[in-house]
Design a protein around this ligand. Structure first.
Ligand code: GLN
Length: 284
């Protein structure tokens, strides 16, 4: 009979052989999931020398198999951290990315500070942007707009586990009627789908498990920025802040769009890797 430490060692080797990045993290997270115990906690370490229970071993091996066939670690674990907060994730919703923390940092720096804020987040997915802003800014009201029922189910759970008061509006941002259901905002945010047709052909294996609708932004990746500016400019009050996540190399085009729509003080902000990741501007 094996100990959990031995099972862990074997899984690390299997991941290494299959070129799964961060093999040790993957193996520990999945063993933690099978054991029902957070792998960052001391009791996880304490259990490693125990003889493995057959059911836990079966569960762990099946999770490792799924990981080896490309399923993202975050879906298998079922919960992931974004901006220090927990978010439920799984098939049907985009996994919160560390890149998107740039958007939160930028909005925290740039948002008007004179009164509690009304925030609207478009293409909200798991709800990670709206919930993080609600926690870290003085907000009166946060509204999340999302079209996918599957994503909305995760968002509801994320509102509950984070004790958030964020409201959900189910709506398609390509339809201008959606704006009718929204309050006038001091801050408008979005991490829209922005991958190009070319990007979609070159997706990392893990990303192919994520919803296409949350990734594909039309041939040039920019379709949703066009819809946002046409349909939701009026959602933002005069002097309000717009903050949009962008893909690599999109800064010139998205900044130009904002300037053409009459936004002032249009700026691009870099992520931790030094790539422009977020564009901001203020409505005139
Ligand atoms: N940043 C995501 C990726 O690289 C794309 C998310 C999006 O299109 N907003 O997979």
């Amino acid at each position: 009979m094996s100990t959990y430490a031995q099972l862990l060692e074997k899984a690390v080797k299997d991941f290494e052989k299959a070129h799964v990045e961060d093999e040790s993290l993957n193996a520990r997270e999945l063993l933690g999931k099978a054991l029902g115990c957070d792998c960052r906690r001391f009791d996880f370490e304490m259990r490693l020398q125990d003889s493995a229970d057959g059911v836990v071993q079966g569960e762990f091996e099946s999770l490792c198999q799924r990981r080896l066939s490309g399923e993202p670690l975050q879906y298998l674990v079922g919960e992931w951290e974004f901006y220090g907060l927990p978010f439920k994730v799984g098939q049907g919703v985009l996994i919160p990315r560390q890149d998107t923390e740039t958007l939160i940092d930028t909005v925290r720096k740039k948002a008007p500070k004179d009164k509690p804020l009304t925030v609207v987040d478009l293409c909200a997915g798991s709800g990670c942007i709206g919930i993080a802003l609600e926690k870290y800014l003085d907000c009166e009201q946060v509204t999340a707009v999302e079209v996918s029922d599957e994503a909305i189910e995760y968002m509801k759970q994320n509102i509950a586990i984070n004790k958030s008061k964020m409201k959900i509006v189910k709506g398609d941002i390509t339809d201008r009627q959606t704006a009718l259901d929204l309050p006038t905002a001091d801050v408008l945010t979005a991490n829209p789908p922005y991958l190009t047709a070319q990007d979609m052909k070159l997706l990392q294996r893990e990303v192919t498990f994520e919803p296409q609708g949350a990734l594909f932004g039309g041939d040039d990746g920019l379709d949703f920025y066009r819809h946002i500016l046409i349909n939701f400019k009026q959602t933002l009050r005069t002097g309000g802040l717009i903050a949009l996540e962008i893909g690599i190399g999109m800064e010139d085009e998205v900044m130009t769009m904002l300037v053409r729509h009459g936004f002032e003080n249009v700026r691009a902000h870099k992520d931790a890797c030094g790539a422009f990741r977020c564009i901001t501007g203020f409505r005139k």
